[in-house]
Design a protein around this ligand. Structure first.
Ligand code: SF4
Ligand code: SF4
Length: 179
């Protein structure tokens, strides 16, 4: 491991946030076992961590530019709610059926998901349908939703992908005394 990587892994809240996607992916891979252990620790901590996660998300998310990143749009299969479809279909001057046939498919449990990764609507790092984007896109990475510890396993899968999640989890480990 390089000295730079060691320095980044020791980062606490007083240090700059890390946003470089390659570095984040490498560190997340290196810390895979630690993050699995943290997931189990969080399950036992239960709802007591919700307030801390929400505070960290409120502090960290505004400091990270999603338009400089776009990594979730490039790498995730997006779940689509039925209510997401009409506004987007109207925006693109398509019927709901035509929109569904062109952009969606059935995922696990028969729910609708986008049929292409990266997302059809991503141009560079920009969402071309931003005002009418899917509800899952609006709420990702879901750190301001109560019940964090119950969703910790799924969320920690995003540590190596999302700079917001990476930095929140990094500081959360420090603040909870896990590390
Ligand atoms: S609809 Fe927009 S925000 Fe959602 S995944 Fe596609 S490009 Fe990203
Ligand atoms: S939510 Fe995370 S992965 Fe998605 S664009 Fe913003 S920082 Fe990047």
């Amino acid at each position: 491991m390089t000295s730079l990587m060691k320095k980044m892994m020791r980062m606490n809240r007083s240090e700059p946030l890390l946003t470089d996607l390659d570095s984040i992916a490498r560190i997340a891979e290196y810390e895979r076992q630690e993050n699995e252990d943290f997931t189990r620790w969080l399950k036992e901590a239960g709802e007591s961590v919700d307030a801390t996660v929400m505070r960290l998300q409120a502090d960290i998310a505004p400091q990270i530019s999603c338009t400089d990143c776009g990594n979730c749009c490039r790498s995730l299969i997006i779940h689509v709610e039925p209510t997401d479809i009409p506004p987007l279909a109207q925006r693109l001057d398509l019927s709901v059926d035509d929109f569904t046939a062109r952009y969606l498919e059935k995922g696990i449990g028969n729910d609708a998901v986008i049929s292409q990764v990266p997302c059809h609507f991503l141009a560079g790092n920009w969402c071309t349908v931003y005002e009418d984007r899917f509800s899952a896109c609006r709420s990702f990475p879901h750190l301001d939703v109560p019940g964090f510890s119950k969703r910790a396993f799924a969320l920690i899968q995003q540590v190596g992908r999302c700079p917001i999640v990476f930095n929140v989890i990094k500081v959360l480990k420090s603040e909870t005394g896990f590390r």
